[in-house]
Design a protein around this ligand. Structure first.
Ligand SMILES: Nc1ncnc2c1ncn2[C@@H]1O[C@H](COP(=O)(O)OP(=O)(O)OP(=O)(O)O)[C@@H](O)[C@H]1O
Ligand SMILES: [Mg+2]
Length: 578
């Protein structure tokens, strides 16, 4: 196997925080690696070290031959936001190449599903998923030997996600390493998995699911070994102590010497005992209040415009939200989900602009999570931002940070230096302090690791929260939503589940409908019949797995209602392709 890169015994710290110590990793030609780890464990930092943006403390990154590396960043670089889509892509080329190779940028964008008419749209007006596709286009234009992708699936809807999977699995000619918290994506595109934990990495020549199983087995064995070793150390220490007392009381040198030698043995064993992995200790906790009222929000004939106000995205004829409703918004990338939520937020803070059309209960307290995390002031420290953003005492602020698993030393760390997941978690700490009674969450699971996602799901389900939410994670939404609103052809339709939306998305006949949406600059992806069939097969594969996993659980842990739902969707999907 030809090695592209060898990370040899590398160590690195951010200030006091030691992230890697003696870490080794090889990246070979044609490798398809999934890089997995908890929020803040150092995944993005590792990518920056490989790219050469940060300097190693110890160790070396060796390139047997010169390797060109391109990166798809976790966040959109700020200087791009005011450029047009095409200029933002061309910008990645050297100045002298921009004139002669500009056409490549156009072709790259079209391969990723953008239409020519979208090239002039300002980057700030693209949806989150479209911005991610733009970053991928920039990386590919550099024709790298190694592509490093930092959570590229964040913000993407299922169509864009499927396009990304298809590209990485079948069309990507170079080696890649992808960071993701999305198990389905990892299982589908990676043949190797690297777990980054506790300053080291564990490597497996397996896709995520099997690698995770092996890792858990190894951890269990290590814990069992450690238990035996600790028992033996305690036994040796107790024996040494007894012998020392006897030696002293009876003035017996032989016993005292024996005690010392046994104690040394215990110390040696203690120093070499099995290492078990320390978890981050981060906890995702929030709190909310429950409003006792018939309705909390009502909307009457309200037009949602594009962010640049140039055209109408959709019209909400009538919508009433009652306390305790957990409402999911469905729709493809760019259809207006985030704009709708942002408009509702604006109406709350600037009621004069649209008070006749969007009305809130007078006791409404809003908690808003925007997918770009714009409310976080990057210049502040963690605790200063909370001081500004929350009405709480010093004691409450500190207690909320500690409960979220953040140590005292970390309170004063600047928000700008936090990892993606650590930033996202700050918003939930603010909710824990402000305790809103209406939550608007726009893609809240982006950046959050798998454990955090599970904690968020459980709390949303049990807290009685009133919720307006978007997420590209279908599994997550299915668990929490009690109402479904589908943005379809410029209208908001209430449906009983997410099924009609996904059926329209996956049905070959309706797929052309997406083409119409693309025609009006809203959706970057056009589906051919063949691509649509491929999506159906991927969906079948995922549902079969979910069903199988659930059926393997103990009977009382199974979810019969969901099993039924998955089975009926499976029947329909099979029917549509046979
Ligand atoms: N400039 C900095 N100064 C101090 N600490 C930093 C700095 N940059 C990053 N860190 C810290 O280093 C740790 C690793 O950050 P990194 O962004 O690599 O995490 P990550 O594994 O990518 O996390 P996520 O899943 O949340 O994206 C985090 O705790 C982060 O807060
Ligand atoms: Mg990161």
């Amino acid at each position: 196997m030809t090695a592209l890169l060898q990370l040899i015994n590398i160590s690195f710290s951010h200030g006091q925080k030691n992230l890697f110590s003696g870490l080794n990793l090889n990246i070979n030609k044609r490798d398809k690696i999934g890089l997995v780890g908890e929020n803040g464990c150092g995944k993005s930092t590792l990518l920056n070290l490989i790219k050469g943006d940060l300097e190693l403390e110890k160790g070396e990154i060796r390139q047997p031959n010169a390797v060109s590396i391109a990166v798809v960043e976790q966040f959109l670089p700020q200087p791009l936001v005011d450029l047009s889509l095409l200029d933002a892509v061309i910008d990645v080329l050297e100045a002298d190449e921009q004139v002669y190779h500009g056409w490549k940028a156009q072709s790259q964008l079209m391969t990723l599903g953008f239409g020519i008419e979208q090239f002039s749209i300002k980057v700030r007006f693209l949806s989150g998923g479209q911005q991610n596709l733009l970053l991928i286009a920039r990386a590919l234009l550099q024709e790298p030997d190694l592509l490093l992708l930092d959570e590229p699936g964040n913000h993407m809807d299922i169509l864009a996600m499927s396009q990304l999977q298809h590209f990485l699995r079948d069309d990507c000619n170079c080696a890649f390493m992808i960071i993701s918290h999305d198990q389905y994506l990892l299982n589908n595109v990676c043949t190797k998995t690297v777990f980054l934990r506790d300053k080291q990495c564990s490597k497996f020549e397996l896709a995520y699911a099997q690698a995770k199983q092996q890792l858990q087995q190894q951890e269990l064995q290590a814990r069992q070994r450690l238990q035996i070793e600790e028992k033996e150390i305690a036994r040796l220490k107790a024996t040494a102590k007894q012998l020392a007392i006897l030696g002293r009381e009876n003035d017996n040198d032989k016993l005292s010497r024996k005690a010392k030698s046994i104690e040394k043995r215990a110390e040696k064993l203690d120093a070499s005992k099995t290492h078990t992995v320390q978890e981050s200790g981060l906890k995702l906790k929030f709190a909310n209040q429950i409003l006792r009222a018939k309705q909390i929000l009502s909307i009457d004939y309200y037009q949602v415009m594009t962010p640049d106000l140039s055209s109408e995205l959709l019209c909400i004829e009538r919508l009433i939200i009652s306390p305790g409703d957990r409402v999911a918004f469905l729709g493809v990338n760019g259809v207006g989900k985030s704009s709708t939520l942002e408009n509702i937020r604006r109406a709350f803070h600037q009621p004069r602009d649209c008070s006749a059309k969007i009305g809130f209960h007078e006791k409404t307290q809003l908690g808003y999570y925007d997918q770009e995390l714009r409310q976080l002031d990057q210049r502040c420290s963690r605790i200063d931002w909370l001081r500004k953003f929350c009405s709480a005492s010093e004691e409450q602020l500190k207690s909320a940070l500690i409960k979220a698993g953040i140590s005292y030393q970390e309170f004063d760390r600047c928000v700008a230096s936090l990892s993606g997941g650590e930033k996202a978690r700050m918003m939930f700490i603010a909710f824990a302090l402000n305790q809103p009674n209406l939550l608007i969450l726009d893609e809240p699971t982006n950046h959050i690791d798998l454990q955090g996602k599970q904690q968020l799901t459980e709390q949303l389900m049990s807290s009685g929260a009133t919720l307006l939410i978007t997420s590209h994670d279908r599994f997550f939404l299915q668990q929490i939503a009690t109402r479904w609103l589908w943005i379809d052809s410029g209208k908001l339709r209430e449906v009983n589940s997410d099924e009609p939306f996904y059926q329209a998305l996956f049905s070959p006949t309706k797929a052309t409908k997406q083409t119409n949406i693309a025609d009006i600059n809203l959706c970057p992806l056009l589906l051919t019949g063949q691509e649509s069939e491929q999506l159906i097969l991927q969906r079948i594969d995922m549902l079969e797995r979910k069903l199988q996993l659930d059926q393997q659980q103990k009977p009382k842990r199974q979810k019969p209602r969901l099993q039924q739902q998955w089975q009926s969707e499976l029947d329909q999907l099979w029917q549509s392709i046979t």
